[in-house]
Design a protein around this ligand. Sequence first.
Ligand code: TYM
Length: 333
Amino acid sequence: MEIGTKKVVLTGMQPTGILQLGNFLGAANNWRKMLDRYNCYFFIPNQHAITVPQVPADLRRATLNAIAQYIACGLDPERCTIFVQSHITGHTELAWILGCITPIGQLYRMHQFKEKSAKKENIYSGLLYYPVLMAADILLYNADYVPTGEDQRQHVELARDLAEKFNATYSETFTVPAPLIEETGARIMSLKSPEHKMSKSDPDANATIYILDEPKIIQKKIASAVTDSGDKIADDPERPGIRNLLHIYCAAAGIGLAEGEEKFAHYQGYAPFKRELADMLIALLEPVREKYRAIKDDKTYLLSVVRKGAETVQPIAHKLLSTAYRKVGFLEG
Ligand code: TYM
């Protein structure tokens, strides 16, 4: 659906603490570049967050914190719509309808479900059903594009499948969304074991850079990042440590991998490259830290942003849900 002439972008990040560099380079930093070109909806999927155990007071705090981090990352609420999932009627309702046309085998095959359930004794159905809720988040606003990191590709593919299936079964209703995944930044790896994705849950504190890390901490983490005994800075899958650092540099600098390789072709050893990378990240994250500090305790302001967001999106969600209800044969109330 187009509003005016602009295509619709929708995406979100779970409220699970301070964003790490992968969330920033793979997601938020790209999102802020879309504000003028698209009609952007950025939401906080707190209903997704309870698919794993949460302390209720912490989840409330983390949700407020997520609003502050969105804004600090440059998602200016005057130029986009920010809302909280649970404030809107429609996400879980549409998920129910979509769940009724989702083959259960497709959910069991989701990489993230396999990873997350492998480590658990008790597996709850919400974890399995999660991608259906994510499809509902996207389809409820007829999003054209869903910008995410690589790990969400399979979930967006499911949303596409479900839109096509619903449209074929009940007539044209939903826009079939397209994933928007960048060449660099879409899969930032751990600084300590670069075969694994960078994540907030990594037990090694030096494996993950957080967007609020102080400059000295960023320097230390980059300096101690795992590389190899060579000295060529290249996009080489055989050398995942230096490859990851090159990807981080290119994503942060907004340049392609070939340009990055060329820039560093004459560098002797990794140390000068690592220093340059750390300086680049410090400069990129400095305004984020400053903005976050300025707004993080202003609960009135943060709530006003998402209340305004809810006022904007609730009528859109209501309209689409009513259409879906009618198409599947629910009697009007
Ligand atoms: P979440 O909260 O795990 O991650 C938020 C965003 O950060 C990206 N990301 C990364 N990108 C690059 N490298 C990494 N190491 C890295 N780690 C995380 C993710 O790809 C994502 O873009 N299911 C979603 C939230 C969601 C959603 C939606 C997204 C719920 N409904 C509808 C889009 C549309 C999630 O858990 O992302």
